[in-house]
Design a binder for this molecule. Sequence first.
Ligand SMILES: Cc1cc2nc3c(=O)[nH]c(=O)nc-3n(C[C@H](O)[C@H](O)[C@H](O)COP(=O)(O)OP(=O)(O)OC[C@H]3O[C@@H](n4cnc5c(N)ncnc54)[C@H](O)[C@@H]3O)c2cc1C
Length: 434
Amino acid sequence: MSQPIQSFDKTTTTSGDLFLPERYHELLNLPLQRPIIPRGAGLSYSAAASGNHCLSVDMRQFNRILAFDEEKGIITVEAGIATGELNNFLISKDWVLPVLPGYPAITIGGCIGFNVHGKSQYKVGTFINWIKSITLFHPDTGLQTCTPDTELFQLTVGGMGLTGIIVSATIALKKITGNLMSVEAIKVKDINTAVALMAEKAEEYDYIYAWNNFNLRGKHFGKGIVYLENHLPDRKELNPKPYINKLNRFKKIPVLYNGLTVKTMNRVYELMNALQPRQRIIDLVQASFPIYNKELYYYFFGKKGFREYQVIFDLDKWQAAVAEIQKIIAQMNMPIALGSLKIFKGEPHNISFSGSGLCVTIDVPNNKKSISFFEALDKITLKYGGIINLSKDSRADANLVKHCFPHYEQFKQGIHRYDPNQFFGSEIRTRLDL
Ligand SMILES: Cc1cc2nc3c(=O)[nH]c(=O)nc-3n(C[C@H](O)[C@H](O)[C@H](O)COP(=O)(O)OP(=O)(O)OC[C@H]3O[C@@H](n4cnc5c(N)ncnc54)[C@H](O)[C@@H]3O)c2cc1C
């Protein structure tokens, strides 16, 4: 996923694909002969922080905590700080980021760029709900700070780096009194039972999500486990350790997944979970980043990797939509490496992954069949008014996205107004005709 950082001499050449500025003054001298695009950890599944002939500006040296109001729970950080680092600091002060995507190397800039969610969105919404202000650099206007009541702020959150480089952000935090979480893992016999349970318990739990086996046919489709998690008050036993980004660690892992092994793997996961107690206590770091220490899952897809389809359907439409998805999986005999559900409540925002409804996630090995499968899923998405997650989709085109998101045109016009010379550009901007 990460590219090697090339050295970049701005006085003589513009040939570097990746530039790692160290401090603010270097932003003032960015070469503008070709499109630039800010980059966090580069962990989006789509090329939103890179592009042909673009210069990616790696913001990870901008990783300081600038201000912290421990009484009010408000923090100002530079955009390149990793959520894992920040989380460790905050836990030690009895605060947490209310919304955390699944991997600790993801940066605050990346969280804003895609208005990310975690497992808490039913109760606390997506990242946008917690940002108090953003300081942004644009070559035309220099540094400016914007707040939620401004158009610039609204375009920047979920704006995929196309309104400028976020230098820092002020974020509201959630108070905790302990650093452990209680987890209840409830087995469900099919997808209907899973969704009914999630909807029933949504108000009671801080985090809710489900693992579902989408390889099973007929009435067992979606059999799985619903995880219900709550912060445990007043218990402190965790000593947060620094995290290591393990997503670019292994080079030569054999491809493990195929039609047969994927099905077996799902079964093994189910059996392993059956051996765990229904109720257990885990530490907050593990609960915040469920994929951390499970990175091998990605490596076993081999060099060709995998594709993820993530979609939100309204709660009154998901059943019909999922029935069609189930049919397509069976017709195409599609091996599903991962099936998962989350539940969302909130306002839709621009072309970001937000709103209310059921979120369905499907991972498959990347091959020709996966493209036709995703095209079939697109038709279902459009038929039932679903929206897709652009941070996870490296192939969706402008036509699909225009039809998925009613605010597409408005968003496009907005980013043109704030970046009239189109200094900012990326593969996703070109692909989605933004
Ligand atoms: C293992 C894993 C688990 C994940 N789990 C979740 C999840 O639970 N929920 C979820 O919503 N997403 C999830 N994601 C997706 C991820 O949260 C987003 O793709 C996120 O944007 C990646 O952040 P990043 O720091 O890697 O940013 P990048 O991928 O480098 O950039 C993402 C976008 O943000 C922009 N950007 C980055 N930094 C800045 C900046 N300083 N100024 C302006 N724009 C900037 C970039 O231009 C780009 O358009 C997951 C990804 C992985 C790999």
